[in-house]
Write a protein that binds this ligand. Structure first.
Ligand SMILES: Cc1cc2nc3c(=O)[nH]c(=O)nc-3n(C[C@H](O)[C@H](O)[C@H](O)COP(=O)(O)OP(=O)(O)OC[C@H]3O[C@@H](n4cnc5c(N)ncnc54)[C@H](O)[C@@H]3O)c2cc1C
Length: 340
């Protein structure tokens, strides 16, 4: 396996934009090689799409539901930097609905989740980096050989030899466009169109929902996924929190609907699918404009040596959590002057 080249002879100053898994992985790997790294995140905290929302009696994972680790290097990285107690195996019953053959079980596989919530992993990772949260970078400009970043409040951050962008493709493209880097931005255009939206709802039921599965992919026009969040390890509290994800097509037609309308429609579909009679006692809804990539093209990462700008993210490496980590690994190797 290719390892990152340590190049402590030429310490670089690097700005990382975004603190999802790709941004945090990039920052940790660069820092571990001795470089000076500063991470900028537009939201109040780290995590990106590995998101959890605070709800009564705990939290619900409204973004990534679980992740796999087909490359053992991924769990080794998590063990070292996030800690073994920040995540665990979700031993649940997973099923999908085949229109012809009814409900079937998904094949067995280790499926991991953050503990006690998905954001536990990115919180733990972020302890190893210098993070400026609540800072949305608007553009980049060059001072000689170095990069200056400007945020949407006009505040400037200077002196970076390299920049790593880990925003979803449409946002990364906007950033490159507004920095006058049109050719680079054009390379992201096809990827931007491949990101699918998703309405997510977390709903609380006082009585347990009965059924054969804890997590389901139904054959439904409205619901793409439903899962008992309370069946994940470390989630305690009365009743059950269920997470419902709408299909991209259903979401696309309801992008501007109110969260209330969306939640009621998805909960009605949930009742139909599970036969559960109880009304939800509480709920929250969240709209993801860029949830998942359905790109067939997986270059791994993008790096322009002459500019010193790299782009990483799940959408460049097959989508999903592990793809975000793989993409960051590939980019950091590409950025090392000695290669590997
Ligand atoms: C509803 C949903 C369900 C999913 N289910 C699964 C699943 O079950 N399994 C799985 O493996 N994956 C799943 N995924 C995908 C998974 O969440 C992603 O693959 C992964 O989290 C992407 O990480 P990332 O670091 O590439 O991007 P992100 O997590 O999107 O991180 C990008 C970060 O950049 C920040 N940012 C953007 N622009 C700027 C700017 N200008 N300045 C500063 N910061 C900026 C954003 O706020 C964000 O924090 C799901 C995603 C969603 C939304």
């Amino acid at each position: 396996m290719c390892e990152v080249t340590s190049d402590t002879s030429s310490i670089r100053s690097v700005a990382v934009i975004g603190s999802g898994l790709a941004g945090l992985t990039s920052a940790i790997m660069l820092g571990d090689s001795g470089h000076r790294v500063r991470v900028f995140e537009k939201s109040r905290g780290p995590g990106g799409r590995m998101a959890s929302k605070r709800v009564t009696n705990g939290s619900a994972d409204i973004g990534a539901q679980y992740f796999t680790s087909r490359n053992p290097g991924f769990t080794r990285f998590l063990d070292r930097w996030a800690g073994k107690d920040s995540y665990g195996i979700w031993n649940a019953r997973f099923g999908f609905q085949s229109p012809e053959r009814g409900w079937l079980a998904f094949p067995d596989e280790h499926r991991f989740v953050g503990m006690p919530r998905m954001t536990a992993i990115t919180r733990a990772l972020s302890a190893h980096v210098e993070l400026d949260a609540g800072v949305r970078i608007a553009r980049m400009s060059r001072d000689g050989l170095q990069w200056r970043l400007t945020d949407f409040d006009g505040k400037e951050y200077t002196g970076f030899d390299q920049v790593v962008i880990t925003a979803p493709p449409a946002q990364a493209q906007d950033l490159l466009e507004s920095s006058g880097l049109h050719e680079f931005a054009d390379r992201l255009a096809a990827h931007s169109g491949n990101m699918l939206p998703c309405w997510a709802v977390a709903a609380h039921f006082a009585d347990p929902v009965q059924g054969r599965f804890d997590a389901m992919r139904p054959a439904s026009e409205a619901l793409f996924w439903l899962a008992n969040n309370s069946s994940k390890p470390g989630r305690e509290g009365a009743g059950q929190w269920w997470v419902l994800h709408a299909t991209p097509e259903w979401t696309q037609h309801r992008l501007d609907d109110s969260p209330d309308l969306v939640a009621r429609a998805l909960m009605a579909e949930f009742a139909k699918l599970t036969g559960h009679q109880g009304q939800a006692t509480d709920w929250v809804a969240h709209r993801w404009l860029y949830a998942r990539s359905d790109a067939g093209d997986n270059p791994g990462c993008l790096y322009d040596v002459s500019l010193g700008i790299g782009v990483a993210g799940d959408w460049l490496a097959g989508g999903r959590v592990e793809g975000a980590w793989e993409s960051a690994n590939q980019l950091i190797r590409a950025m090392a002057p000695d290669g590997c």
